[in-house]
Design a protein around this ligand. Sequence first.
Ligand code: ARG
Length: 459
Amino acid sequence: AARLQWGGRFSEGPAAIMQAINASIGFDHRLWREDIAGSLAHAAMLAHQGIISQDDETAIRNGLGEIHAAITSQKFTFDPALEDIHTNIEAWLVGRIGEAGRRLHTARSRNDQVATDFRLWVRNAIDAIDLQLRDLMRALADRAAEHAGTIMPGFTHLQTAQPVTFGHHLLAYVEMLARDRSRLADARARLNQCPLGSAALAGTTFPIDRNMTAQALGFTAPTANSLDAVSDRDFAIEFLAALSIMAMHLSRFAEEIIIWVSAPYRFIRLSDAYTTGSSIMPQKRNPDAAELTRAKTGRIFGALLALLTVMKGLPLAYAKDMQEDKEAVFDAADAAELSLAAMTGMVTDMQADEARMRDAAGADFATATDLADYLVRDLDLPFRTAHHVTGRIVAMAEARGTDLASLPLAAMQEAEPRITEAVFGVITVEASVAARKAIGGTAPDNVARAAAAWQKALS
Ligand code: ARG
């Protein structure tokens, strides 16, 4: 049975090491659903075109149904001697239904078969990840609505910069994830052409109907060039590229969670459900899920580089190198799905310490820009002059060990005599965020509106 598919000219079995390096069933068994779906569509088309009989098609369909049931109930044994998922399923089918099963591979090669199966798998993965992205965005939008007016420090260089609202910060990630979804949607649209019927590389001599199989499998059209169809893995590379950008976003957010739960910050708290303890330090609560999300980025970037490297310099058409496409993609998709689920869990779980966030927002002269803007607006100073005057006032506050809003008016007037009481209306953190009302600014009204719009769009 081991040489069923191409045993005609072989008299000896493979060396053990040949089988070990060649067999892909250990990982490509994950294509079983797609392989059965592809074979069902192919057999139906062959019968419709009169290439096989209706009776053979019925036998094939029933046999594939039995295989589906056997795999689902774990009664199917995947045999490494049969190389891959395609030959495992075909051999089982022939074992069950005999002659009719031996007709299934008419007008088909494993090259167009695997290209079709893998496209279907990646398409399903994109759809699953898209739903998870939507869930994460929705969780973020809900928390952003809740925290539209919760003030925290915004950072540049990880140094306190200007006050922002926590909701605004969370919505920044919603924007990134929306672009990630749109990149995946673009990749999906480009991959959605059907290679089946390209056969080994040159097309087939049989009068097949490629539109029929393409349509049955949910593709928009058959691929146009048989050589391209069996040797293209752009669709997988593009998927990994989109996942890599997404993973980069998730890792930034994971990193922020790790910073925010740390003792010196303590902006948020994660419950026992999303933290672990230490085996030696009884006080510890470690944000392991965030750390692992940050780390899984490595696998996803690695998968992209691995597949780009496998494909680079490969002459047309198929080469066995391309069998190395699957593990990378499976592993990256698994890592992405786990990371998205963990991030969604943490976003729902986290509790903001609003008082600590607000105190931190008021520290380190975070409203200095508001003071400079006041000098420009109310006293008509050129911005560069206002910047300089404000710098002197910050230095005074620093020397006295006080924050800007607690500095007496008289002290400020030493730097600029025309400053009035009105200044205290603009240099609080509340005034600072409320004033940033232009499109895209952090004003709580803006944030509440943006959060509500996202909630609506995602519901
Ligand atoms: N397991 C193979 C792969 O994933 C299927 C295609 C085999 N084709 C061939 N000509 N040996 O690439």
